[in-house]
Design a protein around this ligand. Structure first.
Ligand SMILES: *Cc1c(COP(=O)(O)O)cnc(C)c1O
Length: 391
């Protein structure tokens, strides 16, 4: 079965499970309490969950499908993408340890490292977002316990050579965790490239409809897996059956949505790059974008998320552009069916090593609308940008 593509296996997982006449989708079981036939059954975990904090049908099916996608023995679910990052860090780090990560790490991940882990004796070193593998490896010291990889990085979409990093980390006893939200567990397979722990925000492409938050964690080593499972148990995290059911539904169509949104993104990104108001388009699938060579070598697809560096401008011009758009929602997150835009220049101020950009930084998420309509909408946005800039 494993020689079939992800796209096929994600669907066969639904149609080839169970017996008799049955629904394609699992039931949504809402339960804290589960009733038993006899007192002796009450502590028998072999017949299924004992209490509703354990996974019920939809969550169990989702875990199986995600483990298959990641190439792992098991996958765990947590209530948000952020929790998918913080759980393995909590599980694997001890006072005195150091985390090495990119300056382009997802903002709330960075906040966790600073506000939660630092007072507990775990320090963090941030390498420049555009550092190459050699420079990152050179920053490993005897206290480095975890290398937290996020590639492409948030906002500026810098890429790193994951295989080179994991080989060096293995040799030095450093555990690698990769936030693979951009590739949706699908366009890049961290565990195949030597990463120890692969995490993603299912909130983004797997959910795919901007209506749930969830994260997943997958690991290969049984010892690492056990630490993660126990940490989730100790912290008391669980996901609801309703959310697991929605995520499972999203997962069935993930490859086609992802590929279609990438096709539209290519058209929009190429158009943007040709506009005089735009200095750079940060999207690794674009030949002119940083990271393109690594993306070509390692990736089977691209997320529909682009950084757009404007030619100069200011916040007022960026806001004028955003306000003129009719099809792009003004909202955070990404991976859903709808196009979104955010203004990100201010977010770069938390970095140790600020990138030298030609102007304001916008982030666009390209949804499933007709790309020709999105480009027409962006033309209106650029007209508003010019009016605000020349004002
Ligand atoms: C959105 C995001 C997360 C967090 O996901 P939530 O479900 O919103 O908590 C983590 N990492 C990356 C790279 C993200 O973009």
């Amino acid at each position: 079965m494993n020689d079939r593509s992800d796209r096929t296996r994600l669907i066969a997982g639904a149609t080839r499970r169970g017996h008799g006449r049955r629904p394609v989708a699992p039931p949504v079981e809402r339960a804290s309490t589960l009733l038993n036939d006899s007192p002796a059954d009450m502590r028998d975990g072999s017949t299924g969950p004992i209490y509703g904090i354990e996974d019920l049908s939809a969550a169990r099916e989702l875990r199986l499908a995600l483990a298959d996608l990641e190439g792992a023995a098991d996958a765990w679910l947590v209530p948000s993408g952020l929790a998918a990052v913080t759980v393995p860090l909590t599980a694997l780090l001890r006072p005195g340890d150091e985390v090495l990560t990119t300056d382009a790490a997802y903002g709330p991940t960075r906040r966790f490292l600073k506000r939660h882990l630092a007072p507990r004796g775990v320090t963090t070193t941030f390498h420049p977002a555009d550092a190459d593998a050699g420079a990152i490896i050179a920053a490993i010291n005897e206290r480095t316990r975890v290398l937290l990889i996020e590639s492409p990085g948030s906002l500026t979409f810098d890429m790193v050579d994951v295989a080179a990093l994991t080989a060096a980390c293995r040799a030095r006893g450093v555990i690698t965790i990769m936030d693979n939200t951009w590739a949706a567990g699908f366009a890049f397979k961290p565990l195949e490239h030597g990463v120890d722990v692969s995490v993603q925000a299912l909130t983004k492409y797997v959910g795919g409809h901007s209506d749930l938050l969830m994260g997943s964690i997958a690991a290969v080593d049984p010892g690492v897996s056990r630490h993660i499972a126990e940490t989730i148990e100790d912290l008391g995290w669980r996901v609801t059956s309703d959310d697991a059911w929605l995520a499972l539904r999203g997962l069935r169509t993930l490859p086609v949505r992802y590929a279609e949104q990438a096709r539209s993104t290519h058209l929009v990104a190429a158009w943007l790059q040709a506009q005089p108001e735009v200095a750079d388009v940060l999207w690794p699938a674009l030949p002119a974008s940083p990271g393109h060579a690594l993306w070509t070598r390692d990736y089977a697809g691209a997320a529909s998320l682009v950084g757009v560096v404007m030619q100069g401008g200011d916040e007022a011009a960026a806001h004028a552009l955003m306000s003129a758009l009719e099809l792009f929602g003004l909202g955070y997150s990404w991976g859903g069916f709808e196009s979104l835009i955010t203004h990100e220049t201010g977010q770069l101020s938390i970095r140790r090593h600020r990138p030298a950009l030609a102007g304001e930084l916008l982030r666009m998420h390209i949804g499933l609308e007709d790309p020709a309509d999105l480009i027409a909408d962006l033309e209106k946005g650029l007209a508003a940008w010019r009016a605000a800039r020349d004002n």
